[in-house]
Design a protein around this ligand. Structure first.
Ligand SMILES: [Fe+2]
Ligand SMILES: [Fe+2]
Length: 180
């Protein structure tokens, strides 16, 4: 599930966008449109669909982590709603900066713990409810889906896409995050 790394980088783009919008600094809106577009395409319509179709039902059948799965599922729904709103706000004639900041912050606040919980609780538990063969078969099915949807370089293209957004916002240099 290397898609979470792409998601984390979009959250960073959202963070910086919210900071700029709050400080009345210049904010290139096309970056936000691209970020929300990448979320829709690569996370919501692909990564989350895989979770919803292949992971969540197996937990429900096994009667394991049922409550967690139900929260994760409802957060996917809420995330899609927020993404719709970001797209609408970012492309409107008179941008409502205050509302956009609120929506971006809500998205980041929800998805940081969401993906962390999947990485540390859901995904490790998944190995214990499916056989090794089934686990490997699913991995291959996921990769086939990625190639069918995005071509051979789906992941690499998504990374290049988010790197361009970071560049446009001046947050691409990793060393800038090291305390001095
Ligand atoms: Fe998820
Ligand atoms: Fe996920």
């Amino acid at each position: 599930m290397r898609e979470h790394g792409v998601l984390s980088r979009v959250l960073l783009v959202y963070d910086e966008s919210a900071r700029r919008l709050e400080s009345t600094e210049d904010m290139p809106m096309d970056v936000l449109t691209s970020a929300a577009g990448l979320l829709r395409r690569f996370i919501e319509d692909y990564h989350e669909k895989l979770e919803e179709e292949h992971l969540f039902p197996r937990f429900m059948q096994a009667g394991k982590l049922v409550e967690l799965v139900s929260v994760l599922r409802s957060q996917h729904e809420e995330g899609r709603r927020l993404t719709d709103e970001v797209r609408r706000l970012a492309t409107s004639k008179e941008v409502d900066r205050g509302r956009l900041v609120t929506v971006l912050r809500q998205f980041v606040r929800m998805y940081r713990p969401h993906e962390a919980r999947e990485d540390t609780v859901l995904f490790p538990a998944f190995r214990s409810i499916v056989s090794k063969d089934e686990y490997e078969a699913l991995g291959e099915a996921f990769e086939d889906r990625e190639h069918a949807l995005f071509g051979e370089h789906g992941f690499e293209d998504a990374v290049a896409d988010v790197a361009r957004m970071e560049q446009a916002l001046g947050i691409h240099d990793l060393a800038m995050f090291t305390p001095r």
